[in-house]
Design a protein around this ligand. Structure first.
Ligand SMILES: *[C@@H]1O[C@H](CO)[C@@H](O)[C@H](O)[C@H]1NC(C)=O
Ligand SMILES: *[C@@H]1O[C@H](CO)[C@@H](O)[C@H](O)[C@H]1NC(C)=O
Length: 215
């Protein structure tokens, strides 16, 4: 083999390994594998069911705004493999998020997916924080798009006077959501106060106060 051929082979091998490291969900081994959510068999994803129809690939749940009269003034409506069983093994999913004026989707991460949001209506202040604690933030409005890289802490807030909504896309059938505040202050069993007082450099009273807000 000529030197340039070796270069090509090494390049192709590198591309292959890179592709296998950056892809989110595993590769598909068949056309479809509609999830049998009721199956008790545990594996990476869900077992396939045999009697499938177009409805396994359909969901109307993002068509209308969700109610936002909750603590944070924001509601996430997922369209993942748990709602659309046909998404099993396909490596994609969506969600709709509605925000009341002042509404916040509090800081959280998706361990298995990058997220890309398209603003349906209104205006949002959005941002993500990298592992070296740099904040990348922006105000986005109707028709605009913003991206939250996989695994990084991010948030959206509606500082406008009217409701806002986004459609989100994910490169995982089940992105998973871990909210920072809930994970630390509302886990079950609870994280002990000694860990939280030292982490946040505050007293037990402050920690207990935050815990009670999530109870
Ligand atoms: C397959 O599912 C349909 C409804 O989705 C049902 O009418 C039909 O009886 C099922 N067939 C079998 C073989 O289970
Ligand atoms: C939100 O509003 C709906 C309808 O207006 C009502 O049924 C529901 O109880 C409210 N939820 C809360 C948490 O206030």
């Amino acid at each position: 083999m000529a030197n340039s051929d070796y270069g090509l082979v090494i390049g192709m091998m590198m591309a292959f390994f890179l592709a296998s490291f950056v892809s989110a969900d595993p590769e598909l081994l068949q056309d479809v594998c509609v999830a049998d959510l009721a199956s008790g068999v545990k594996l990476n994803g869900f077992t396939c069911k045999s009697n499938i129809s177009a409805d396994d690939f359909f969901f109307a749940g993002l068509a209308k705004p969700a109610l936002t009269n909750n603590t944070f003034g924001a509601t996430v409506t997922p369209a993942s493999v748990q709602q659309i069983t046909g998404l099993n093994t396909l490596g994609v999913s969506m969600a709709r998020i509605d925000y009341a004026p002042g509404g916040l989707n509090p800081p959280h991460t998706h361990p298995r997916a990058t997220e890309i949001v398209f603003v349906l209506e209104g205006e949002l202040d959005v941002g993500f924080i990298t592992t070296d604690n740099k904040l990348f933030s922006k105000t986005i409005k109707t028709g605009e798009i913003f991206t939250f890289p996989r695994g990084l802490l991010h948030f959206q807030m509606n500082k406008g006077k009217v409701p806002a909504a986004v459609i989100a896309g994910f490169n995982s059938q089940l992105p998973g959501t871990q909210r920072a505040a809930n994970a630390l202050f509302a886990s079950s069993p609870t994280v002990e106060d000694a860990v939280l007082t030292k982490t946040f450099q505050v007293g037990t009273k402050e920690v207990e106060k935050i815990k009670s807000r999530f109870a």
